[in-house]
Design a protein around this ligand. Structure first.
Ligand code: 3UK
Length: 505
């Protein structure tokens, strides 16, 4: 059971506990030229917590923006903020001044810890947003940089005595459409996600070495590459530039055992696997987007490993429907993670039967708390979180993803889920990546249109791809238009931005 007392600090449970238990010498995080044990990460974050409080004037409840690629130094900053009883406001490294400005204004950010390499855009954002009072740069050689300041502080610190329902983290949604929304998560939420999905679906232990691509600013990455390894005393490799070839090379170099990345990244890595020694790899997790059956098959063929798929959301902090590698079913996401309930509702909020497509609704220990956003009442209705996904439950009780509700295509009276057409196209050897959208059509309402990125050495044959789809799924779903592209628009979290294709189509 997930019972937390009234007082709780997530850093005490995930970090200090290991040192207290005499396990401080265990490896904890490495990357960006450093390799820290649990005791070393604790000392680093303790020193930074002193800097925050004594030099920058941070008080409990202040919002502290964090900006940087995945590095142990960023992890130390994250824990320092939590230890100081402040709120971490995680931001994606690629954000520019305009977007950072929105985050600062919306989350009322007063302080920031920023990787010196990414200082420019944040400085520009601060000019427009004076609410941001203090910025300190880490991975900096400057005399007023974080390292120089931290070196003058003691390595011990008593964590601020936070309540279990004090806010610890504000995470912004990646925003496949519209304005980014800030979501608030409490100390107990941070620990709840460590006790739900990982022990049931991942089953990692202290000997594991975690690696992967999602930024720590994306809760998929925060959980998979920092909170989950630390909750079992394992270690993590943090990569600043986790492109598919670099990720494969790092997996081999560090003898990684658990990998977290998005479906497109597995798809891109699969043909390159033979060039690397991945004999250490045991578990591979896919999330962020639907996992096409063809990608699952390619990865299994290349590595022998059955991907663990899971759907998560920033609003719910982490994965809430998933399976283990033993219960994987191609094309299905899985069953509700223990601790969570899920059902499928019609437009009027009534539960649907097996096989019927409707709105995914989820309830559990974590849930949506938007930061001052009127969309709160759309996302949470009658205590259920409505994720905006269309799903059905099959006869085995597995939840089968259809599409983002906004992305469902209605053509000639048929409901067509773009991702199903994408999955069919992806099983053709010429297709590297693809996206399927509905474009306006006088006769059919909408027309199914595919954007395809070809694999190297393959020619674009529209008829062949159309015939392949007709032979794979119900023929009426085939894309009546196909356009070849060199790349597809994606968010920093690896999600297709179908709305951008719709805008240009
Ligand atoms: C989609 C999936 C099908 C789905 C996330 C794991 O992606 C995460 O959070 P976001 O807020 O987006 C949430 C939306 O993404 N999605 C995610 N995973 C899957 N669709 N199959 C999947 N396996 O539309 C969902 O509503 O960016 C994922 C952990 C933490 C996360 N924040």
């Amino acid at each position: 059971e997930l019972q937390f007392g009234p007082k709780l600090n997530a850093a005490t449970e995930l970090l200090d506990r290991w040192v207290q238990d005499g396990q401080g010498d265990r490896p904890c995080v490495q990357g960006a030229g450093v390799r820290w044990t649990y005791a070393e990460l604790q000392a680093e974050s303790n020193r930074i917590a002193h800097v925050l409080i004594e030099e920058l004037g941070v008080v409990p409840g202040n919002r502290v923006l964090l900006r940087g690629a995945n590095t142990p130094q960023l992890a130390a900053c994250w824990f320092a903020v939590i230890k100081a009883g402040a709120i971490a406001v995680a931001t994606m490294p690629l954000l520019r001044a305009v977007e950072l400005g929105k985050v600062i204004a919306k989350a009322e950010v007063t302080h920031a810890l920023c990787d010196a390499a990414l200082a420019g855009e944040l400085a520009a954002a601060q000019l427009q947003n004076p609410v941001l009072r203090g910025i300190c740069h880490f991975r900096s050689a400057a005399p007023d940089g974080l390292e120089a300041r931290a070196a003058r502080q003691p390595a011990w610190f008593t964590n601020v005595d936070t309540a279990s329902d004090d806010c610890a983290l504000i995470a912004f949604t990646s925003g496949t459409t519209g304005q980014p929304k800030g979501t608030m998560h409490f100390h107990r939420d941070i620990l709840a996600i460590c006790r739900c999905w990982p022990p049931h679906c991942l089953r990692a232990d202290a000997s594991d070495v975690f690696i992967g691509s999602p930024p720590l600013a994306f809760t998929f990455g925060l959980g998979g590459l920092l909170l989950f390894p630390m909750s079992v005393g394992a270690s993590a490799v943090l990569l600043e530039k986790p492109a598919p070839d670099a990720l494969l090379a790092a997996m081999a170099e560090h003898r990684a055992t658990v990998c977290f990345t998005a479906p497109t990244s597995y798809r891109a890595m699969a043909p390159l696997v033979g060039q690397h020694d991945l004999s250490s790899l045991r578990k591979c997790v896919s999330a962020g987007e639907a996992l096409p059956a063809a990608t699952r098959a390619l990865w299994k063929q290349a590595t022998g490993i059955e991907l663990i798929d899971g759907i998560g959301a920033t609003e719910l902090l982490h994965i809430f429907i998933s399976h283990t590698e033993d219960t994987a079913k191609p094309g299905a996401t899985g069953r509700p993670v223990p601790g969570y309930q899920a059902c499928i509702l019609d437009d009027g909020g009534q539960p649907l039967r097996a096989g019927q497509v409707g709105h995914l609704a989820v309830k559990g220990p974590t849930g949506c708390r938007y930061l001052a956003d009127e969309r709160q009442h759309q996302y949470v209705q009658n205590g259920w979180n409505l994720t905006g996904d269309s799903y059905l439950i099959d006869d085995d009780g597995y939840f089968v993803y259809q599409a983002r509700t906004d992305d469902m295509i209605i053509s000639g009276g048929y409901n067509i889920a773009g991702p199903e057409v994408e999955a069919a196209l992806l099983s053709h050897p010429a297709v590297a990546e693809c996206a399927v959208i509905g474009v306006p059509d006088e006769e059919r309402g909408q027309l199914v249109k595919a954007f395809v990125v070809l694999r190297e050495g393959h020619a674009g044959d529209v008829r062949a791809l159309q015939e392949h789809v007709k032979a794979t799924i119900a023929p009426y779903k085939y894309p009546r238009a196909i356009e070849f592209r060199a790349t597809l628009p994606r968010t920093e979290t690896g999600k297709l931005q179908r709305f951008r294709l719709r805008d240009t189509a």
